[in-house]
Design a protein around this ligand. Structure first.
Ligand code: NAD
Length: 487
């Protein structure tokens, strides 16, 4: 590991080589607030070098058989898995998430992403139609698009980066990835395994740095025809503008304001622990986290009491503490932003039932500058207030009563986002009706975050454009051509 004054110093990975950058930015340890890592502050020169490497590697990589690419990807998955603990420790330190979450969710899923797309690439078929009356046979062929630009956020760093790299390279593209400047370490660690896995130089290039500089250079580069982006809706709007002159193909996975709808016949034994998890897992920093809980009035008081009791047991601790359910938030600015939502809710007359400003947070003295916050539950909040309308992306959830199915559907849909919803009921007819009418790319009933990677993932409205997943990712990362043959 490159170290300077005990600080980790990352380097870009271009054309199979680690490359020095002229300037660097600081990356902070969320549990202490101290700088612990230096990240290349790349710009257009570094992106240009990566484009050249990716272009050079494209002809050979794209003409390899899917099986050859699959074998290389499986090897990469094996190498990451062999170092699972090392990757989990790094992810937890860099992001502030608990070691348990990194060990059981982030890194295993990153490994699985490579294995899943290594396998799914072997099973796609194309279409064929007969037009016998014209003497024609029509069929489609798919080819890789070229150089894929991949931009990912800080909340699930390697998990979301591999969710993009894996389908892109499986389909025969070469890639330039830009991870979040706040969580770059595991991407850099993965680069160290590329050679051993057999990934040819230039197939995977990683350029580190901030969004408006490195990210923007990638989005605006004329030789990168495709951008897959996961991040905020505001950044996506900028990406749409910057890529418009080149008519780029875009996949945009964005923010959410996800409702949980709990009907009076719900199984609360299962619903409460799952809803606590869906609200506060990974510090509430998952785009799929619940942030508005609608509870049918007859069970509202019972639900609230049990939910708050369970939220109070959701232990905040150091990321390295295996007993902690929640670690530190990503940054000082983000912590402040989440706290401001609580402040604003209080000013608007809402009630803070537990958490921020109500209960005491116990953190060791050496971590006092860390970005910790308690799971916070708010009630008596108005539908139009910012806590009910805007994405908070932190450990804060609002609980609101409702009376009828019609009313709750209307309220659930009355936000600009449409990513994920959960519905709790034992009435299968009601589940079908509600799921059908929710404006949401994903609806989980009586569960949360169960994913079959074969199926489409993505959001409606301001939560995104396009879908990712087995077939959807393959279609996004390939061009389709229709061929007609007349005898
Ligand atoms: P962000 O939009 O600030 O940053 C995401 C990435 O975009 C980072 O790598 C950043 O450096 C880069 N970026 C920033 N400005 C850019 C620009 N002008 N041009 C190109 N790239 C730029 O988001 P974030 O704060 O890192 O992540 C949190 C957001 O991500 C939340 O809104 C969350 O809901 C969303 N998210 C969505 C999903 C999903 O699948 N829908 C998954 C995870 C996170």
């Amino acid at each position: 590991m490159a170290e300077s004054q005990n600080r980790l110093v990352l380097q870009n990975f271009i054309g199979g080589q680690f490359v020095h950058c002229d300037s660097y930015i600081d990356s902070f340890d969320p549990s202490t607030g101290d700088v612990y890592c230096r990240v290349p502050d790349s710009g257009s020169a570094e992106v240009e070098a990566a484009v050249s490497a990716a272009k050079g590697a494209f002809p050979k990589w794209s003409s390899k058989s899917p099986l050859e690419r699959s074998q290389i990807m499986n090897k990469l998955a094996d190498l990451i898995e062999q170092r699972l603990e090392e990757f989990a420790q790094a992810e937890s330190r860099d992001q502030g998430k608990t070691i348990t979450f990194a060990r059981t969710v982030d890194i295993p899923r990153a490994v699985y992403n490579f294995r899943f797309f290594a396998s799914s690439i072997l099973h796609h078929t194309t279409e064929c139609t007969q037009m016998d009356q014209m003497g024609c046979l029509n069929y489609t062929v798919r080819t890789p698009v070229g150089i894929a630009g991949l931009i990912s956020p800080w909340n699930l760093p390697l998990y979301l980066l591999s969710w993009k790299i894996a389908p892109a390279i499986a389909s025969g593209n070469t890639v330039i990835a830009k991870p979040s400047e706040m969580t770059s370490v595991t991407a850099w660690m993965m680069c160290k395994l590329m050679d051993e896995a057999g990934v040819p130089p230039g197939v995977v290039n990683i350029v580190f740095g901030i969004g408006p500089k490195a990210g923007d250079a990638l989005v605006a580069h004329p030789d990168v025809p495709l951008i897959s982006f996961t991040g905020s809706t505001v950044t996506a709007q900028r990406i749409i503008e910057r890529s418009a002159p080149h008519c780029k193909r875009l996949s945009l996975e964005l923010g959410g304001k996800n409702p949980a709808i709990i009907f009076q016949d719900a199984n609360l034994e299962e619903c409460i622990p799952t809803t606590v998890r869906s609200s506060f897992a990974n510090q509430g920093e998952i785009c799929l986290c619940t942030s508005r809980i609608y509870v049918q009035r007859m069970i509202y008081e019972e639900f609230l009491k049990k939910f708050v009791d369970a939220a109070k047991k959701w232990k905040v601790g150091l990321p390295c503490d295996p007993k902690a359910s929640m670690g530190a938030l990503i940054s000082k600015e983000h912590l402040q932003k989440v706290r401001n939502y609580v402040k604003k809710a209080r000013e608007e007359g809402a009630q803070i039932v537990c958490g921020e400003g109500v209960d005491t947070l116990e953190i060791p003295s050496k971590n006092q500058k860390g970005y910790f916050m308690l799971p916070t539950v708010i009630t008596k909040v108005k539908e139009g207030s910012c806590c009910m309308q805007e994405e908070v992306f932190g450990p804060l959830v609002c609980v609101v009563p409702f009376d009828t199915e019609e009313e709750v559907i209307e309220k659930a849909n009355a936000v600009k986002y449409g990513l994920a919803a959960t519905v709790w009921s034992r009435d299968v007819g009601r589940i079908h009706r509600v799921a059908q009418r929710l404006q949401s790319g994903l609806v989980w009933t009586n569960c949360w975050l169960i994913r079959d990677l074969n199926l489409p993932f993505g959001g409606m409205k301001a939560s995104g454009i396009g879908r990712e997943g087995g077939k959807d990712s393959y279609e996004f990362f390939t061009e389709v051509k229709t061929v007609t043959i007349k005898h």
